[in-house]
Design a protein around this ligand. Structure first.
Ligand code: DAH
Length: 342
């Protein structure tokens, strides 16, 4: 019996070692370990052996069986590796990848960055304020009390508020940042504050309910209109990359005294007169003035202690002038045909 087992083992190892593919191997598996295999016959006949014989043959048969099973498994793994189609798995690392289209900043973000660069180079700080503003900062602190007709100038989106707390609104301009900044800082300082504003008005080519403004505020002991004019000229000349002149015209804003509208010399025609400036040589840009003492007082400064100038105007206006854009609504339209031109 022992002899027989050793013979089966030898045969099995020889044949399995010669197996050329997985098919052949599975046949051998049946032949040597299957239900009808010679080996199985031996295991079945163990019960007829004497106790003495059982003790020797039993463990021997079992260990040979697992040796054959182990060898079959090992051979199977080798054949699997051999039969694997490596050529099909080959990766050509030189094939160009799929292009991921790169986006770019929105023109308004680009111009905002540009403005911040020009002003920080002149020693200005950048200040920020919330887009949902309180009635106090948007109006009262800027010398625009409730029921004053000046409030009509800023068509307002009020935010529904049942809490009984102070009324809030979508800020109609960036001017509230002036007060927020002054409450926390002492003059002298110079800041700009670009940001989003909202007005409850019908839209057309020149009006949009959502737009950007950019506020400037310079406060010190003896700041005057001359400083305003110089800074404005510096800024616009840098922005349009040519010499730009600034002129002021009398106007009215509750938070400045005196107030003015300011114009810049036409950046298109060098003041010869063109369609952009309607033949006048000047382009209207925004509002400005000397900070009203009431605003200083509302910010916690003593009346009459400081002087400063402020200005504010729409950011879109700068791009409209520079690129001759004919409809302000394009900026927030999300239309890529427009955006991708920048
Ligand atoms: N906040 C004004 C507006 O939205 C613009 C403005 C005018 C801002 C005069 C100023 C200023 O700082 O001095 O119409």
């Amino acid at each position: 019996m022992e002899e027989k087992i050793r013979k089966i083992k030898q045969e099995a190892f020889e044949e399995v070692g010669k197996a050329k593919n997985l098919d052949e191997l599975s046949q051998l598996k049946i032949k040597y370990l299957g239900r009808k295999s010679a080996f199985n016959e031996i295991l079945k006949s163990l019960k007829d052996l004497s106790n003495e014989e059982k003790k020797i043959i039993g463990p021997l048969a079992n260990s040979v069986k697992s040796e054959i099973a182990g060898f079959l498994e090992e051979t199977e793994r080798l054949l699997e590796i051999k039969s694997f189609d490596w050529a099909a798995e080959k990766i050509d690392v030189t094939i160009p990848g799929q292009k991921i289209r790169r986006g770019h900043l929105h023109p308004l973000s680009m111009v905002r960055n540009e403005i911040e660069d020009i002003f920080t180079a002149m020693g200005f700080e950048i200040a920020d304020g919330p887009e949902i503003e309180t009635e106090h900062y948007n109006f009262d602190a800027l010398n625009i009390p409730k029921d004053h007709p000046a409030r009509d100038k800023w068509d307002t989106f009020w935010v529904k508020n049942d809490s009984g707390k102070e009324r809030t609104l979508l800020r109609t301009h960036t001017s509230p940042v002036q007060v927020r900044f002054m409450e926390k800082n002492k003059p002298p300082f110079r800041i700009i504050s670009p940001g989003k504003c909202f007005r409850n008005e019908a839209t057309d080519a020149r009006h949009e309910h959502t737009f950007y403004q950019f506020e400037a505020l310079v406060v010190g002991d003896d700041i005057n209109v001359g400083h305003f004019k110089f800074i404005a000229q510096q800024f616009f000349s840098s922005f349009f990359k040519k010499e730009i002149d600034v002129r002021v015209r009398p106007s009215y804003f509750p938070f400045t005294e005196p107030s003015f509208e300011f114009d810049i010399s036409c950046s298109v025609c060098q003041q010869k007169g063109c369609s952009v400036c309607s033949g006048t040589g000047w382009l209207e840009v925004g509002g400005a003035g000397m900070v009203n003492q009431e605003v200083f007082v509302a910010s916690g400064y003593p009346r009459g202690r400081y002087q400063g100038f402020a200005w504010g105007f729409g950011l879109e206006r700068l791009l409209i002038l520079r690129h001759r854009i004919d409809d302000i609504r394009l900026f927030h339209s999300g239309d890529l045909r427009f955006i991708n031109q920048f």
